[in-house]
Design a protein around this ligand. Structure first.
Ligand code: SAH
Length: 223
């Protein structure tokens, strides 16, 4: 029990200093939203990776989470969250690509409700368990191909996609509320993070910066 508690808090594996250094680094890299920085400070990232990688959880690097997928580096998680929040507070947010659930955990602390879609069932199950463990309750999950979004609860004030399509799926654009914002990596060999803002029937596209994400794939799988 004591060991479990200590592990949950990250004691003995990562000093408070290591975590503070990560925040300093994010600030140096230009992350300014204090809600986002605070969410990162509070969230035990080591719980979202395999125990063998826990000692690297507070480095600003991407880490493998199995099934050929990766947990994005903290800078990218922070940047995407900050961009999503750029238009003001958000109520309903759809996330495509739950993965480890780390990005979900950060987002869950700065928006009201999240609808998170993941195509790989075991990843989703693990993310659900970790989020429950750290008391995050404003997320609902769907095991499905996120190319189609989650129309039942749309339109969404914001959509965050954490895997890269060659082109933005039209169904996702269709589920964005008027004035809503989507942050999504787009491209194949060369990818860019894009911010899309909906204005009535028009979409305004802004290319933010080059990124490297796993591809947005088709279909949902059980294992
Ligand atoms: N945000 C995640 C990182 C995810 S890696 C984290 O913080 O850990 C990208 C994730 O997108 C993977 O889990 C992958 O399975 C998922 N994914 C890829 N294509 C998808 C699709 N069409 N629908 C839903 N999820 C998808």
């Amino acid at each position: 029990m004591l060991r479990d508690e200590l592990y949950k808090n990250g004691i003995g594996m990562t000093s408070q200093r290591t975590r503070e250094r990560l925040l300093e680094r994010l600030f140096e890299e230009g992350i300014r939203n204090l809600h986002v920085l605070e969410a990162i400070r509070r969230t035990p990232r080591h719980l979202f990776v395999d125990e063998a990688l826990a000692h690297r959880a507070y480095e600003d690097t991407a880490l493998p989470i199995g099934h050929n997928q990766t947990l994005s580096q903290p800078y990218i998680v922070a940047r995407m969250t900050e961009l999503l929040l750029g238009g003001g507070p958000l109520d309903k947010v759809m996330e495509v690509g739950t993965g480890s659930g780390y990005q979900t955990a950060i987002l869950a602390q700065v928006v009201e409700r999240i609808f998170s879609v993941e195509r790989i069932y075991p990843l989703q199950e693990r993310a659900k368990a970790v989020l429950k463990d750290i008391d995050i309750r404003n997320v609902v999950f769907r095991h499905a191909d996120g190319n189609w979004g989650w129309p039942q609860y749309g339109p969404y004030d914001a959509i965050l996609v954490t895997a890269a399509p060659a082109e933005i799926p039209p169904e996702l654009l269709g589920q964005l509320a008027d004035g809503g914002r989507m942050v999504i990596p787009v491209g194949e060999q060369e990818q860019h993070l894009m911010l899309v803002v909906r204005d009535g029937e028009e979409f305004i596209y802004q290319q933010v910066e080059p990124v490297r994400f796993v591809p947005l794939l088709a279909g949902a799988i059980r294992s």
